[in-house]
Ligand binder design. Sequence first.
Ligand code: ATP
Ligand code: MG
Length: 225
Amino acid sequence: MNGLTLALSKGRIFDDTLPLLRKAGIEVLEDPEKSRKLILPTNRPGLRVVLVRASDVPTYVEYGGADVGVAGLDVLLEHGAAWGHHGGATGLYQPLDLGIARCRMSVAVRADFNYPVAVQQGSRIRVATKYVQLARQHFADKGVHVDLIKLYGSMELAPLTGLADAIVDLVSTGSTLKANQLVEVERIMDISARLIVSPAALKLKRETLRPLIDALGQACSEGAP
Ligand code: ATP
Ligand code: MG
């Protein structure tokens, strides 16, 4: 494989990456919402996009299924922590904060749950989340006792059904929390999407990969509001 493969996830990441690619002169020649293809050609003969699950992007780049990818910091840190690499996935270069898909990771509870008191009393708090590793680290750092419950989707439902007292989830506008009578009680970290690069690809395909990284770097610095 001499060409370059860029891993993206459908939805937010794809939609926010598209304008950056466009600024770099790259057009994706198929709309993932209309096509069922998982490999999309671009106007650059040597560059294709593969569509993978958001949480699979680091895996693709790490194991050579893609040369570069775009992944949220949430996904990168959780992936890294799951493999025992604190501070993010090793075996991956993270050269660029693309400044897209911005949100924050927060703790939220049902409006009638008194989180500060529960923390102060040292009660065990049941926390549902997709980000078990990051949540474990966060509460351990704060000395808060938690029982973590791993979920794969719709975290907001957990406190409403009595499954959990709290959730750790991504928040952007807060309207999903609000619609479900949940309140944000703690901000854990700010999140944005990163360009991740395979070190092997950077060695073997430097002449084609480096210009792509530079063009995207240029595009996202221009795009800064
Ligand atoms: P999967 O399908 O693997 O469960 P996902 O549902 O998390 O992935 P998206 O909702 O498209 O996939 O989110 C992709 C990324 O977008 C997240 O990892 C995060 O970095 C970012 N993001 C930005 N704002 C939000 C938000 N409000 N909710 C969720 N993700 C967000
Ligand atoms: Mg989602």
